[in-house]
Design a protein around this ligand. Structure first.
Ligand SMILES: [Zn+2]
Length: 117
């Protein structure tokens, strides 16, 4: 993923920079990632816990993982009571559209932008 400025996003820190960038400055791909981050942050914070991205492009993931393209994030769930994790993941999915996949894993919610054609 590359911003118009030519800055390549390759870390969770860069994801945070993206999150704070105005949407109108972004291209379609980056806007999709921005929406993913914004919705996930709003929903998680709505549960009264801190929004923490535990993995963006870095870390070890499955081969061909969308993480490597900067199209997926993992969000920490350990601060959420167990019974709220599934509703939280479902709400994120509901607020994004079918171009996104949301998976509740053992210690995080995996969210990826995977547009279907
Ligand atoms: Zn993941």
């Amino acid at each position: 993923m590359e911003l118009k400025s030519g800055v390549k996003l390759s870390s969770t820190m860069a994801m945070w920079v993206l999150l704070t960038t105005a949407a109108e400055e972004l291209d379609a791909e980056t806007t999709a990632i921005w929406a993913m981050l914004t919705v996930a942050k709003e929903v998680v914070e709505g549960y009264g816990v801190e929004f923490v991205i535990t993995s963006g492009c870095e870390g070890k993931h499955k081969k061909n993982s969308l993480h490597y393209q900067g199209h997926a994030i993992d969000v920490r769930t350990r601060d959420l009571p167990y019974h709220q994790r599934s509703p939280c993941a479902e709400e994120i999915h509901r607020r994004l559209d079918d171009d996104y996949d949301v998976l509740l894993e053992s210690d995080h919610i995996h969210i990826e932008w995977d547009p279907k054609d």
